[in-house]
Design a protein around this ligand. Structure first.
Ligand SMILES: NC(=O)c1ccc[n+]([C@@H]2O[C@H](COP(=O)([O-])OP(=O)(O)OC[C@H]3O[C@@H](n4cnc5c(N)ncnc54)[C@H](O)[C@@H]3O)[C@@H](O)[C@H]2O)c1
Length: 666
């Protein structure tokens, strides 16, 4: 059976043979053994409903073993035999091109070159799932291959509920991931209901098929590191020879060394998992690998002395590095952390003082002891960071819930008022006021032909559009425009592509719409093939996340999720090809609502109409909310937008005099 026939087949007609996991697979950690006996029976019953009854005898035992051994039922024997990767759009068997584009994006998110634990359908972040099991993948691809232009596939946490009649204008796919009744949205609820097979953690872009490898985050990380250095260094001084110390070489965190190189500093990035560190080294995302502390100290001192631009992966625990740098008098200019603390108890953050393998054993066999060790490490981590910041290091939380979990563990990270943290998040200090409030966010596109020449052409088109817009941009956003032009001009030589022919670019509403329109025209002229547009959920409007994307909202509304919900509903009827809304992306289950979209540009007049309407709302919804929260930059941006868009009328916030409030009888 060829690739197309296998896709169209869905669940195979005959039971495929059981197969072992590849010996070299980077397996997802074993999940918590949380279900009762009756619940385990229910989990197996749930899994078996995908298959005919005469397979149940054999599969029931296998699924029970998977549940016992790994805490989840992945149905590995149903993983297709063909290589899963983004193929040219014309390779996908489909009755409508939009469906083929979605298949391409799903496959890209499960490509072993892109995904963290591809055997378990996990794209990034340790638990960011595209599907819960291989039956869901097979069924979804089959539905997409059969989908007509006036049908919509509704997906419940990876499960394709089915194709429903809709209209040509409607989204082709509606995705929800991890939507829970609020009282059932604690981390253990995820463990329980995910093990039962009824929900999943879609992270941000994994469960919405929009992950494009670490490139997606390199740009944002570069902007963050560059601007953090601008904050701490005297004006005009170069980051050369200055140290950026951080941790994590996983899905997103793997972008840090590359971003550090682009920002021209010395990056030291600790990673406890040797496989993750080696993978990033082989991919060229980090320059050097070092596995012992004396060698690291010597190498860092040499790089400082020679003002090098270099990125170094240290295979080991980040707490050891912070402590050794303190003992050896190595000054850290910038410090952060990108371990997966949104997932602290099952492998997101490793305790110091024990080996990686021993830590993994504890997760499986002694979860309570593991938790105690994580908490002790977090306290030690906070203490040593405090020691460095007392010497002048600028430390920021990288949206991985480090400060949140350190505070919960009793670490010394609270500010004097007992409410705020001692350190800002990167959104509070940098991305929020400098980017999101003006509408700049991680816009991205994928060239569905798979042809690198198409990507080159789109880079050139985007650069031209930005240069033209910059000529008439106000002073307030000149720096952002210039950073983005530099980024896109250098993007090819920075070798950022892993998986599909994709590009990320921080653009504002005007930039996104004008770039998309220029792409659509180039497609219509036959210069490039169709293009998928999208964005990270980590953006202006798509995400309500009180400790990250909306951490610079100070009117008390940062614990509400209205903006994210309005965004996904608004995008869906303005022309998105698919929309998604998730619980938990980035910072953890129950901590955030995040949504995104995908849109196929095919060169048609319809696509042109859709992109204008949807991209406008997708950004300006968030600017309006940020402006209502009294953020000055957003107030500036929305007034500017209203001046050029007569049909936009936004409620503006009046400012209140502090003196008036101080005199009130409270
Ligand atoms: N890059 C960004 O711009 C960005 C933005 C917001 C949030 N984040 C957050 O960053 C976190 C990381 O994301 P990811 O996709 O890279 O996750 P990941 O799980 O793929 O990678 C994290 C890595 O940290 C390593 N690690 C864990 N504990 C360690 C320790 N004590 N010392 C050294 N290494 C350790 C793990 O082995 C793992 O490889 C997530 O919480 C994510 O939400 C990233």
């Amino acid at each position: 059976m060829n690739f197309q026939e296998q896709i169209k087949q869905g669940i195979p007609a005959t039971l495929p043979a059981a197969k072992p996991y590849p010996a070299d697979a980077n397996r997802a950690p074993k999940r918590k053994d949380i279900l009762t006996k009756a619940e385990k029976q229910l989990a197996v019953r749930n899994a078996l409903r995908y298959f005919p009854a005469d397979w149940h005898g054999e599969l029931a035992v296998e699924f029970a073993n998977e549940l016992n051994d790994f805490g989840r039922i992945y149905m590995y024997r149903f993983k297709p035999e063909y290589a899963i990767k983004a193929r040219p759009i014309s390779d996908y068997p489909a009755k409508c091109q939009q469906a083929a584009a979605i298949m391409l994006m799903i496959d890209n998110n499960l490509d072993p070159a892109v995904a963290q634990h591809p055997e378990e359908l996990i794209t990034y972040g340790g638990n960011g799932a595209v599907f819960q099991n291989w039956a869901q993948y097979r069924l979804t691809m089959k539905y997409l291959s059969e989908m007509a232009e006036d049908q919509t596939l509704h997906m419940y946490s990876g499960h394709p509920m089915g194709l429903f009649p809709s209209s040509v204008e409607a989204p082709r796919v509606v995705v929800t991931n991890g939507m829970m009744i609020p009282n059932y949205s604690k981390p253990d609820d995820w463990e329980r209901f995910n093990a039962l097979g009824v929900t999943q953690y879609g992270q941000m872009t994994a469960g919405s098929f929009m992950y494009i490898g670490p490139q997606g985050i390199v740009h944002g990380t570069t902007i963050t590191v560059m601007n953090a250095f601008r904050k701490v260094l005297p004006k005009g001084q170069s980051p050369k020879g200055k140290i950026f110390l951080t941790a994590g070489l996983g899905g997103m965190s793997g972008a840090q060394p590359k971003a550090g190189n682009i920002a021209n500093c010395i990056t030291v990035c600790a990673e406890v998992n040797p496989k993750a560190a080696t993978k990033r080294h082989q991919q060229g995302w980090v320059d050097e690998l070092i596995d012992n502390m004396p060698a690291l100290i010597a190498r860092v001192k040499q790089a400082q002395a020679q003002q090098e631009v270099v990125s170094i992966a240290y295979i080991g625990n980040v707490v050891d590095v912070w402590e050794a740098f303190d003992a050896e008098g190595v000054f850290v200019h910038l410090g952060s952390d990108q371990t997966s603390l949104h997932n602290p108890w099952s492998g997101g953050y490793y305790p110091v003082g024990i080996s990686y393998d021993e830590a993994n054993r504890l997760i499986r066999e002694e979860p309570e002891l593991f938790k105690t060790k994580v908490q002790a490490t977090l306290k030690r981590h906070a203490a040593i960071v405090n020691k460095h910041t007392a010497k002048g290091t600028y430390f920021f939380d990288y949206g991985n819930a480090f400060l949140l979990e350190a505070s919960r563990a009793g670490g010394d990270v609270m500010a004097e008022n007992g409410i705020d943290f001692k350190y800002p998040s990167y959104v509070q200090d940098i991305l929020g006021p400098m980017c999101f409030d003006y509408g700049f966010g991680p816009f991205r596109w994928v060239c569905t032909s798979g042809n690198p020449a198409d990507l080159d052409k789109t880079d050139a088109i985007a650069a031209d559009v930005l240069k033209r817009i910059m000529l008439e941009s106000p002073e307030e956003i000149q720096q952002q425009m210039q950073d983005n032009i530099t980024w896109i001009l250098d993007a090819k030589q920075n070798k950022l592509v892993v998986g599909s022919q994709a590009r990320i670019l921080y653009a504002d509403a005007q930039g996104r719409a004008e770039i998309a329109q220029a792409f659509n025209e180039a497609i219509a002229r036959g210069e490039i093939g169709p293009v998928v547009l999208g964005r990270d959920h980590h953006d202006v409007s798509g995400t309500d996340s009180p400790f990250r994307e909306t951490s610079n909202i100070y009117d008390g509304s940062r614990f509400t999720a209205d903006m994210a919900i309005h965004n996904v509903i608004g995008d869906s009827f303005r022309g998105a090809t698919w929309v998604s809304i998730h619980n938990g992306g980035g910072v953890g289950w129950g901590e955030v609502m995040n949504g995104g979209f995908g849109m196929l540009l095919d060169g048609s007049a319809e696509a042109s109409k859709r992109l204008k309407s949807m991209l406008f709302f997708d950004v300006n919804n968030g600017i309006a909310r940020r402006s209502w929260a009294r953020n000055n930059e957003a107030d500036f941006a929305i007034r500017r937008e209203m001046a050029r868009t007569p049909k936009l009328q936004v409620t503006l916030a009046n400012r209140v005099d502090d003196e008036l409030l101080n005199q009130l009888p409270f």
